[in-house]
Design a protein around this ligand. Structure first.
Ligand SMILES: [Zn+2]
Length: 129
């Protein structure tokens, strides 16, 4: 089990660590939903077991706080994580396989813009006055 996912199991469902962890899951699930252009997110709680989709992420949040996560779901494979390797950089390209060519351009453009902004901003910050 990944060290940073230990909060998912064996902890009280209202422990601050668990609450914080659920938040981080919801952010990952929501950004994966947006990246794929999906309307629904599958609920990984111990009752739905990634089989039931919901349009309202609040429902999933409520389920996770009430039921906890389904067993052995430390790699969020249904929510954009790759089972092989856990590097963040590979996620974007894993996700793009589900996208249509036009959407890939959109993703590439967004990445390029972010990169450009980052580089330009850092250049401005370090430029001699
Ligand atoms: Zn659920």
């Amino acid at each position: 089990m990944l060290m940073e996912r230990q909060w998912m199991y064996g902890m009280s469902l209202n422990d601050p660590e668990f609450v914080k962890g659920v938040d981080s899951f919801l952010i990952a699930a929501e950004s994966n939903r947006v990246a794929k252009g999906d309307i629904e997110i599958f609920c990984p709680c111990s009752k739905c077991k990634n089989l039931k989709p919901f349009t309202d992420i609040k429902t999933i949040e409520w389920h996770l706080h009430r039921y906890g996560f389904v067993r052995k779901y430390t790699c969020w494979s249904e929510h954009g994580e790759s089972l092989v390797g856990n590097s963040t950089s590979s996620h974007l390209w894993d996700d793009t396989r589900h996208l249509k060519p036009m959407e890939i351009d959109q993703v590439a453009l967004t990445t390029l813009n972010a990169f450009h902004m980052f580089v330009v901003d850092s250049l401005d910050a370090t430029a001699p006055q």
